[in-house]
Design a protein around this ligand. Structure first.
Ligand code: F6P
Length: 366
């Protein structure tokens, strides 16, 4: 019976549990054995009790749970060869030669490096006497498949990453709450949202809440942004708006790459416009909590596809990443998606920026 491992890696994202549940159950439904690797790559390196056989019942109730119940880590050891050697040995000891990883682009790159090095790692383990040749012979190819779990929606080649819509929903709820108190006092709020390199959350939260101004990592504002922002907000106020919402992505910078911080924006609003201004940093409430319906559905459909991708893979097939485009789940070469992402094409927000700005301008012209 083929044994398929599943793990979550990097920052947790709502929907990761739904993905693990789908992978575990689909693996069993396809007549294979399912193993969960706890604590991400750390569990792979440590082995032992970190690698556990999963049954159908083990994942009951996981569909809606937030975070990741099998744990995750940002693991330094796996970035070095000794860590990957230990990981390979632990997989062989458990008879696992197929892995489904749910994580961001860094975690998925690590998985592909592991797959490429695999035969070489096994040879080294035999040479150093850690494993016998008979032990490695049945497992000379490692198959991997990637699921993109990230609240940031920061992977090229897929319309949505698992978790991004739950996070966006949470941000919108929070801004709705802030709206009520901002309106009451006629105040301004600067809301800082997550998204280290990708402004999708900030931009879509701006569109979804009708924010007055948004700062994104991908689109540093022109040097006169302070005047620009103040002019727009004054215009909105002049039209009778009692509340001002400015959304700042945590990775936002100006054109010279100086960070644009929430506290700086607050000083501009209170200094130049004399608005009574408060800051709300949403932090990890954006990442925890239950998965929204879309993330449950996406994670489930993609988990099913990942198991099929593993079972259909040949040693020549490049590792796939499971994506969604125009509502269709499909596979793409993992490393192509990762390379394009790292080359900057993940600035998904850039694509949507012009449309969002047109919408904002139209709203206030009417
Ligand atoms: O990559 C997801 C993310 O939530 C980013 O938006 C954020 O910058 C980062 O993780 C925070 O990571 P952590 O809380 O794990 O340090």
């Amino acid at each position: 019976k083929k044994r398929i491992g599943v793990m979550t890696s990097g920052g947790d994202a709502p929907g990761m549990n739904a993905a693990v549940r789908a992978v575990v159950r689909m693996t069993i439904a396809r007549g294979c054995e399912s193993y969960a690797i706890y604590e991400g790559y750390t569990g792979l390196v440590k082995g032992g009790n970190f690698i556990r056989k999963m049954s159908w019942e083990d994942v009951r109730g996981w569909l809606s749970e937030g975070g990741t119940l099998i744990g995750t880590a940002r693991c330094k050891e796996f970035r070095e060869r000794p860590g990957r050697l230990a990981g390979a040995k632990n997989l062989i000891l458990n008879g696992i030669d197929a892995l489904i990883i749910c994580g961001g682009d860094g975690s998925l790159t690590g998985a592909d490096i592991f797959r490429r090095e695999w035969p070489n790692l096994l040879e080294e383990l035999v040479k150093t006497g850690e494993l016998q040749r008979e032990q490695i012979e049945p497992y000379m190819h490692l198959n991997i498949a990637g699921l993109v779990g990230s609240i940031d929606n920061d992977m090229t080649g897929t319309d949505a990453t698992i978790g991004c819509y739950s996070s966006l929903t949470r941000i919108c709820q929070a801004v709705d709450y802030i709206d009520a108190t901002a309106y009451s006092h006629s105040r301004a709020f600067v809301v800082e949202v997550m998204g280290r390199h990708c402004g999708w959350l900030a931009l879509m939260a701006g569109v979804s809440t009708g924010a007055d101004f948004v700062f994104l990592p991908e689109k540093p504002p022109a040097s006169d942004w302070e005047d620009d922002m103040c002019a727009i907000i004054s215009k909105h106020r002049g039209m009778g708006k009692r509340k001002t919402i400015v959304i700042v992505a945590e990775g936002a910078t100006d054109a010279d790459l100086n960070p644009i911080t929430a506290s700086y924006v607050k000083d501009v609003l209170s200094g130049k416009l004399h608005l009574d201004t408060r800051i709300t940093t949403l932090g990890h409430v954006q990442r925890g909590g239950t998965a929204c319906a879309y993330d449950r559905m996406l994670a489930t459909l993609q988990g099913v596809e990942a198991v099929d991708a593993i079972l259909e893979a040949t040693p020549e097939t490049p590792s796939p990443v499971i994506v969604v485009n125009e509502n269709k789940i499909s596979r793409k070469p993992l490393m192509e998606a990762v390379e394009q992402t790292q080359a900057g094409a993940a600035c998904i927000a850039r694509k949507d920026f012009e449309g969002a700005m047109k919408l904002r301008d139209r709203e206030f012209e009417e």
